[in-house]
Design a protein around this ligand. Structure first.
Ligand SMILES: Cc1cc2nc3c(=O)[nH]c(=O)nc-3n(C[C@H](O)[C@H](O)[C@H](O)COP(=O)(O)OP(=O)(O)OC[C@H]3O[C@@H](n4cnc5c(N)ncnc54)[C@H](O)[C@@H]3O)c2cc1C
Length: 368
């Protein structure tokens, strides 16, 4: 019996679980470690906030997928990988040995970039932490009769989508004194996307009553205030951190070869460049041919990862991954409306939201 260890129930690993349920790996004992029994699909999270979906509709039941695949599920987080002993240590104290390990544990939010971020801001990741805290945020907004100011630090696709979703939720609940401010370090939100789309987003944000603070870098969080590097500040009742994908510390601390940001360097076969018996995919991986951190690439890596893990266990030749160069970005804007970008092309409308909704529901259906 060979021992395969799956670390994290991310987008690529849910494909591996699905594949294992259809066709088990021969003579192999598989274990999945993940801190939560379900995986909240980030693509639908803003829709949950905006009131389009229930949280159950956004959740992939990974512990049930593991059971269906006939594999062991350990509800904990990996905190260390010992490449000499070939075992990982979990937060619950358990040590799990392996012959082959695969990491798809996603990114984290960097809380060290600003003083007070840990104490006075809510990070979007872990998503389960945000999901647990969100009802309390909303309740505070409902109770604040003299007004509630929420700042969202990070104006990339996720931060912008959340700003639209939260504003929509405030409007649904008729919280007329609740105000959202989207804060970014660039001249326009949605850095990296076509300028036409970015301008459309700015116009829509304004139309929905969402304030934008451009070219600001938050450096300190205090109760009731965010301080920026240019010595200006913003009064707010709560802050949400959506500052992009940062690497978890444990892979680099475990001695796996990582890029300058701490993401695990992998070959085109998705094997660690330093430890070929360790695979990595999704946002935690630094691909040989780099791609933006996005669920699209994590999903796309899934089928190849599943095949290559099978090949590694059976001694067959592995395939090389040549990811598509462009990803489709679909950004919902709170109501049944969304923005789309693919390379230099962009569009927007209610039809884009229906398109996104169909894609998301189809993805979830596969794993429900
Ligand atoms: C609000 C929001 C909306 C987004 N919308 C989109 C979108 O529409 N399209 C898109 O392409 N991208 C989107 N993204 C980005 C997308 O979420 C990420 O790129 C994607 O989740 C990366 O997938 P992954 O498989 O690498 O990791 P994840 O999806 O983060 O999954 C990682 C899993 O590993 C588990 N885990 C974490 N640490 C450990 C550990 N130490 N040990 C074991 N398990 C662990 C986690 O609990 C989780 O289950 C969005 C992000 C956010 C925040």
């Amino acid at each position: 019996m060979r021992r395969l260890l799956l670390i994290g129930g991310g987008h690529a690993h849910v494909y591996v679980l699905d594949e294992l349920a259809r066709s088990p790996y021969p003579d192999c004992q598989v274990t999945l470690i993940s801190p939560y029994p379900r995986q909240i699909y980030s693509g639908m999270l803003p829709g949950w906030i905006a009131g389009h979906y229930s949280i159950e509709q956004c959740a992939i039941p990974i512990s049930l997928l593991a059971r269906r695949a006939g594999i062991r599920f350990v509800q904990s987080a990996c905190i260390e990988l010992d490449s000499e002993l070939k075992q990982v240590r979990c937060a619950n104290g358990e040590s799990i040995p392996f012959d082959i390990a695969s990491i798809d544990c996603g990114p984290v939010v960097d809380l060290g970039f600003a003083c007070g971020a840990r104490e006075f801001a809510l990070p979007i990741r872990p998503i389960e932490g945000f999901v647990a805290a969100w009802p309390g945020f909303l309740e505070r907004a409902r109770q604040a009769t003299s007004g509630f100011k929420l700042s969202i630090v990070g104006d990339g696709a996720a931060g912008t989508e959340l700003a639209f979703a939260i504003q929509q939720r405030f409007a649904l609940e008729q919280l007329v004194n609740a105000q959202v401010t989207l804060i970014g370090n660039n001249a326009l939100p949605l850095s990296g996307l076509p300028e036409r789309l970015r301008n459309t987003a700015v116009a829509l944000l304004k139309q929905r009553g969402i304030s934008c603070l451009a070219n600001r870098r938050a450096i300190e969080f205090h109760p009731g205030r965010v301080i920026f590097s240019d010595a200006t500040s913003l009064a707010c009742d709560a802050s949400l951190l959506v500052t992009g994908a940062a690497a978890p510390i444990w892979p680099s601390a475990s001695g796996l070869a990582c890029d300058e940001n701490g993401f695990v360097r992998v070959t085109p076969t998705l094997q660690s460049t330093s430890h070929p018996f360790v695979f990595a995919a999704g946002d935690v991986a630094a691909y040989a041919d780099p791609r933006p951190k996005s669920g699209v690439f994590a999903v796309r890596a899934g089928p190849l990862l599943a095949d290559n893990l099978r090949s590694a266990l059976t001694g067959k030749t592995m395939q090389r991954w040549a990811p598509q160069s462009k990803a489709l970005y679909l950004i919902s804007t709170g109501k049944h409306h969304a923005l789309a970008a693919w390379g230099p092309f962009s569009s927007s409308g209610d039809w884009v939201w229906r398109w996104k909704d169909r894609i998301d529901r189809r993805f979830m259906q596969r794993f429900s």
